[in-house]
Write a protein that binds this ligand. Structure first.
Ligand code: SAH
Length: 450
């Protein structure tokens, strides 16, 4: 097999990154955009020892699960790489990810629920982080082509709240109007690297963050004045990111005008969110995810609850009024400030959040003899550490509710908890990210023996 060769392939599977999988002369071939059940003529793009990458030249037999979408760029960029699949099949794909991982871990007897569909299939994101680059001599916003840093210019981001798309385009036009240079990542030059925009569905507030190479630039006063005129914009922040890096946000924020946070709401709890704080991006699905997690926790009025990887305290503060007390841990200090302020904002006096790494704070709490009845964990993709798990078990919780955005690390961690005497019998996938291959899942571990 060699580059540029054209071959006929039968697609048998979908990889966890949503690439079509085919087998050809002992090689596994990953075909961009192809779906199981399809026969395609594909062009080989890259050949490795045991596998290759290819793209579709022509679909010979089309899958009934394929949707012909308006803009193929959504699929070509990493923005929405499942957008060519019917929504019910996307839900099935996500459930299958969990089933396959359980099988690999020899945990076939664990039940996997149906994936909880998102109330909105498109336009659900309350936040967009969009690269700004120069393309053909013009400042553009868009998204990178998969596995590259080639910007595909876009004005409709498909999964983002259309109100955010409107502001993205308006800000792009203002940057063009005042000739603000786009960031040039090869020479670490230019100015605006990303637009980061958040909008609250509950209050309509919109925060615009310009991620810039410098703390200031000559056109900033005029740019700020004009952004202020965009309907709905309630704050402008300049995030200073001087480094040559792929990390989107720098460490320092300057409030240019407006409110330092935007206010959102989950259920009947209000949240103020700072620029650096994590907030779940699917506003309508989040309360449904939390309801499921909270139901699994079966909380009692006397329970002591730990909210680990708490962000701005959304889970702990949603349950605080129904339990004895809540302690939270989160590594981003602005998010911890938000969490403690959000407790006050909602007249909650039995919740306290501390800054620190969960894998360091939990062992300290365990060593002090702190006990918990229920622990919620909601870690980033890399999951928990053995230190965290060991310490969590020492606080002898009846239940551990695990919310995960990566079922592979979740199942690894669940096995670790099994070794410590905890059991679980069901995992429920929840679709937080329609049109993308990302899988969110919830499970509850219960103590099997003392
Ligand atoms: N439970 C929250 C946040 C979940 S996202 C919610 O539902 O909104 C995961 C959070 O873990 C992020 O806020 C991130 O800043 C935080 N985090 C990442 N690594 C961490 C660590 N080692 N210790 C504690 N918190 C961490």
């Amino acid at each position: 097999m060699e580059k540029n060769q054209i071959i006929k392939l039968e697609i048998t599977d979908l990889s966890y990154e949503a690439m079509g999988v085919a087998h050809y002369e002992g090689m596994t071939v990953f075909v961009n955009n192809a779906l199981p059940g399809e026969t395609v003529e594909a062009k080989i793009l890259k050949v490795k020892k045991h596998f290759a990458f290819a793209k579709i030249e022509q679909i010979i037999k089309e899958s009934p699960d394929r949707v012909n979408i308006k803009l193929n760029q959504w699929v070509q960029t990493g923005l929405a790489s499942l957008a060519h699949v019917k929504y019910d099949k996307q839900l099935e794909f996500k459930r299958n990810q969990v089933v396959n991982l359980l099988q690999k871990a020899h945990l076939d007897d664990v039940k996997v629920g149906e994936t909880l569909p998102s109330p909105e299939e498109t336009g659900y994101r309350n936040k967009a982080q969009v690269p700004v680059r120069e393309v053909k001599g013009q400042l553009e916003i868009g998204f990178f082509r998969k596995h590259s840093h080639d910007l595909v210019p876009l004005t409709n981001f498909f999964t983002t709240d259309p109100e955010i798309d409107r502001v993205l385009v308006a800000v792009r036009d203002i940057l063009r109007q005042y000739h603000v240079p786009a960031y040039d990542e090869i020479h670490n030059q230019g100015e605006v690297r990303y637009l980061d925009i958040r909008r609250s569905k509950a209050t309509g507030e919109i925060m615009v963050i310009l991620v810039c190479l410098h703390k200031d630039f000559p056109q900033l006063p005029k740019v700020a004045e004009t952004i202020k005129q965009i309907a709905g914009v309630t704050s402008l922040v300049l995030n200073y990111n001087p480094k040559k890096t792929n990390v989107i946000l720098g460490k320092v924020d300057y409030l240019i005008f407006g409110k330092p946070q935007i206010t959102d709401q989950i259920g009947d709890v209000k949240f103020k969110i700072s620029p650096e704080s994590f907030f779940q991006i699917n506003s309508l699905q989040t309360p449904r995810l939390y309801d499921l997690a909270i139901k699994k926790a079966d909380l009692q009025p006397d329970d002591i609850v730990i909210d680990a990887y708490s962000g701005i305290g959304t889970i702990g503060l949603s349950v605080a009024k129904h339990v004895k007390s809540v302690r939270g841990i989160e590594s981003v200090s602005d998010a911890v400030k938000d969490a403690n302020n959000n407790a006050k904002l909602n007249s909650i006096s039995n919740a306290k959040y501390v800054t620190g790494k969960a894998e360091e704070v939990m062992p300290r709490w365990a060593a002090k003899g702190i006990k918990a009845d229920v622990i919620f964990v909601d870690p980033p993709r890399k999951g928990l550490t053995p230190e965290f798990i060991e310490a969590a078990v020492k606080t002898s919780p009846k239940k551990i509710v695990y919310i995960s955005c990566n079922p592979a690390t979740m199942i690894r961690d669940l096995q670790e908890f099994m070794n410590e005497g905890y059991t679980f019998n069901q995992i429920d996938p929840v679709d937080m990210f329609p049109q993308t291959p990302h899988v969110e899942a919830v499970t509850v571990l219960e103590r099997a023996r003392k």
